[in-house]
Structures are given as C-alpha cells and as structure tokens.
Write a new protein. Structure first.
Length: 314
C-alpha cells in the first residue's frame, strides 16, 4: 500500500513538473523575453476580426471573442521586440516609420522584428496583404512617449461588420444608402476618411495623403446639385450608361466619360508612387476591386461619393 502511494505521488509530481516545464519553456522561448531592458509584444493577426491583437487567440475563442486592436506603448529609447503570428490567414506586417517589414506572417510560423524607439510620436502599423473583407481595418498604433510624459491614446479603428456576431445585411434599395454601407463594409473609410473627406496620411507617397472622395461630383464635371441628383437617379435606373445617348444632365457626354473612367479605376486599382525613391513603399495602396466587388456595387459607391459634395462650399 505504501509503495502504491509513493508511486502515485511520484507520477503526480512528474506531471506537475512537466506542466511547469512546458509553461516555462513557452515563455523563455519567446524571442526577447529574457533580454533585460527590452519591451516584448506578442501580436496575433486575426483576419476574420480585422485586428492585430495582444489578446491570447486559440481554437476555443477564435470563433466568438471580440479581440481588441493592439496599441504598442513604449518609452523613448526602448529596445522593442515584436513577435508576430497568424491565427488564420497569410498576413503582412508593415510599419514604415521604424522600417519594420513588410514581413510575411504565415499560419503556424512566428516572425520576430526588432527596432529601437528612437523618436517620439504616434506611428501606424498595417497589414499589407489582402486577407479578407476586414483587411483594411487591420492596423494599429505604435506610441512612443518621452520618460515622465503621459502617453497619447489614439483611436482604434473598429469595424462593426468584423465582429463575430455581425450579420448586418447590405441594403438593396436606395443606391446612395447602399454605397454608404459598402464604404464602411469594404473598408474604404479607413483610407479615404469619414464621409470621404480624405486627409489620411500615406507615408512617402507622392500625394502625401489618400485622395478624398467628397469631391467626386466636381471631378465628374457635374455643374449643379440638380445635375448631381439627376445623375444619381440615372445611374440607379440604368445599369449601362454607355447605352444612354441623352440625359437631363449638363455636359452629359463628358460626365459619362469621366464616370466610366472612375469605374475603371475602381476595377483596376491605383498604385501610390514613392516621393523619395530611396524611402519606404507607401503602405496604403488601392487594390484592383475587379473580382472583389460587383458592378452595381461600384455604381452604388460612386453614387454615394457624388452625394457627398458640399455645393455651398464648392
């Protein structure tokens, strides 16, 4: 009986030791963990939720949990290690301000990046590999604060459509309403700004910022709010504008040509060229939407853009 107790106790102790060793190895094997004076961040890319997160992601919580976007707070002068992994799809991590990446992050593999926080400020990081419908929301902030200063808390870019329980349907009636929905659903808002106002910085691009969409009516050469309203109604009624010869819109042939050119830009995408040829690649690039969006969805987006123009200011 005594031998059986000793054997059982020995087995229990071995099991506990094994659990301890697994946990200990799991921590010390993380790059940067044992390095004194180093800030270590373990980021997981979740394509389904459109986030890089510091939360623990596993097979049990992936399907239901709302993972919080990660803001990396560091102190000026810190040595920083960022360990990256993917919970689902292929991602690419990029922060041009610190020359991090673009680093490819494949499921089942860990990628480690290192940098020194040698300048104060708020800097953005991105996923630059198209990883699904929530891709454009998959970005966050690196906040570098001087010693003794209060850290800035930048806003998170959350997408209501990327939550696990989101089932909001796409409107099928009013074309402008549908376009407003798609503008948020497809992530256009993350680059072109709320209500198409633009002004979103694009590091080392020739334009400096991503173009605005609230001037689309002007770019199409629509002459008045009445023309804009008539043109939106026409687009809602007719799917093929090339078949329309006349319309109650001033300079209609010119407006139609520019509209069709705008649709082609959406289909084919746009590449942002470098301002400094030796500098980093601009992180915000417009993809070709040709196989990612339907023809009438393009019409809805452009109708929404036309509706945004402020005729009094213009």
């Amino acid at each position: 009986m005594k031998r059986e107790r000793i054997a059982a106790l020995t087995v229990c102790m071995l099991m506990l030791a094994q659990i301890f060793l697994i946990g200990w190895y799991g921590r010390v094997s993380v790059p940067g963990f044992a390095e004194p004076g180093t800030r270590v961040f373990n980021l997981t890319g979740v394509g389904a939720g459109g986030v890089w997160t510091l939360d623990e992601v596993n097979g049990l919580n992936y399907w239901w949990k709302r993972f919080e976007p990660a803001t990396l707070h560091v102190t000026l002068g810190d040595e920083v290690v960022v360990n990256l992994r993917s919970a689902d799809l292929f991602h690419s991590f990029y922060s041009p301000a610190f020359d991090l990446g673009p680093a490819n992050v494949e499921p089942g593999h860990r990628v480690t990046l290192r940098f020194k926080a040698d300048r104060e400020g708020v800097f953005q990081y991105y996923c630059t590999s198209m990883c699904g419908t929530c891709h454009f929301y998959m970005r966050g902030w690196i906040v570098v604060t001087a010693p003794g200063q209060v850290p800035i808390e930048p806003p998170d870019e959350l997408c209501r459509f990327c939550l696990a329980d989101s089932d909001e349907p796409e409107p099928q009636g009013d074309l402008v309403e549908r376009g407003a929905f798609l503008y948020a659903r497809k992530g256009c808002v993350t680059c072109h700004g709320a209500n198409g106002h633009g002004g979103v910085a694009n590091d080392n691009s020739t334009n400096g910022t991503v173009p605005a969409h609230d001037t689309t009516a002007q770019k199409l050469f629509l002459a008045s709010p009445e023309d804009a309203e008539a043109f939106i109604e026409l687009v809602a009624e007719v799917e093929d504008l090339e078949a329309v010869e006349e319309a109650e819109v001033s300079r209609f042939p010119v407006v139609r040509t520019r509209y069709l050119n705008a649709k082609e830009i959406v289909r084919q995408g746009r590449f942002s060229a470098k301002l400094d040829p030796q500098g980093p690649v601009p992180p915000l690039q417009m993809p070709a939407w040709d196989y990612l969006i339907e023809e009438r969805q393009i019409d809805a987006l452009l109708a929404y853009f036309v509706s945004l123009y402020d005729w009094e200011e213009g």
